[in-house]
Design a protein around this ligand. Structure first.
Ligand SMILES: Nc1ncnc2c1ncn2[C@@H]1O[C@H](COP(=O)(O)OP(=O)(O)OP(=O)(O)O)[C@@H](O)[C@H]1O
Ligand SMILES: [Mg+2]
Length: 298
């Protein structure tokens, strides 16, 4: 369903080029531009990823490793510098981006609700743009509020009157509103308390399976990735460090970087198990070695 082949995106390349153009106008030569092109830094580089229809993929990796950039190349919120992205066999570069985005669900990192629209209006954006009948939209909004476990009384409220986690649930509802077959989610559950997060994650996984969706979800939570996804893609410094099923990535034969990342939830689970078996006075090691690995790429 999604085919990403040799995809590269650099931000600095563009801005440095503009810088060197400005320098050119002040009389410097074109050598500056060639030099700055070669030391361009890449947000993502040489990414190859195939996502078969019906698959749930989790993308994990440190801050700045290129997860959001990769996700946005799929619905053309970002156009690539090199390589190809295809959705359903069609190269996205040849599809009108507005039409493309209306058929792909997207949950923005950091919620991104429209503050001047009510909860119901936010959820209804895409169905409205697609020209759905008013009654169908109203019914869909009610259905989605139930789905993300928000009271119906929230429909006329503005986002500012909701907690961060509640707003995030509206974001998920909005992404699903027009019944997309492909859903991209950028840390969709990050602002939720663990209980709601677990419940909404499981509820979403259920919807994904029931409706035969294809899902690409960015998350910082390895445990969430392991529990929800069919496959996990680990990113590091703009490249894919490893990918595989949770079972494959949990195996002992993985490289050190992958093992360190995958061991974390195991170590945490083991420490919690220790706590529940140990007596109240038993000494305990709260911070095991290696915790926090993968949170930053440095
Ligand atoms: N608009 C932009 N202009 C310049 N650089 C950018 C821009 N957007 C992202 N970058 C850079 O590209 C790299 C990848 O960013 P990206 O947002 O994809 O990371 P991420 O993995 O989603 O990180 P996080 O987990 O913090 O959200 C980072 O180094 C970032 O600073
Ligand atoms: Mg991001």
């Amino acid at each position: 369903m999604i085919d990403i082949a040799g995809v590269t995106k650099s931000y600095r390349q563009t801005s440095r080029r503009q810088d060197s153009r400005r320098q050119d106008s002040r009389g410097q030569n074109a050598r500056d531009q060639r030099a700055s092109d070669t030391d361009a830094s890449f947000a993502i580089q040489g990414i190859n990823l195939r996502v078969p229809e019906g698959t749930f993929i989790a993308i994990v990796g440190g801050s700045g490793s290129g997860k959001t950039t990769l996700l946005k190349t799929v619905n053309r919120l970002i156009d690539v510098d090199a390589g190809r992205v295809s959705v359903g066999g069609e190269e996205v570069a040849h599809i009108d981006p507005v039409g493309l985005r209306r058929r792909i669900g997207y949950v923005f990192q950091g919620i991104g609700l429209f503050p001047h629209m009510t909860v119901a209006e936010n959820i209804a954006i895409t169905p409205r743009l697609l020209g759905w009948a008013k009654d169908d939209i109203a019914a869909r909004v009610r259905e989605l509020l139930d789905l993300v476990a928000l009271p119906q009384t929230y429909a006329p409220r503005f986002p500012s009157a909701l907690s961060g986690g509640e707003q995030q649930r509206v974001g998920v509802a909005r992404a699903l509103a027009a019944k997309p077959k492909l859903v991209l989610m950028d840390e969709p559950f990050g602002a939720l308390d663990p209980v709601t997060r677990d419940a909404l994650g499981a509820a979403y996984r259920d919807i994904h399976a029931r409706l035969g969706l294809t899902t690409l979800m960015v998350t910082h939570d390895i445990q969430e990735a392991l529990l929800l996804a069919d496959r996990i893609v680990i990113m590091q410094k703009g490249r894919i460090l490893a990918q595989g099923t949770p079972q494959e990535l949990l195996a002992d034969d993985q490289p050190d970087g992958v093992r360190a990342l995958m061991d974390m939830p195991r170590r945490q689970a083991a420490r919690i198990a220790d706590l529940s078996h140990a007596g109240p006075a038993a000494p305990r090691n709260r911070s095991g070695p290696g915790d926090g690995i993968g949170e930053r790429d440095g």
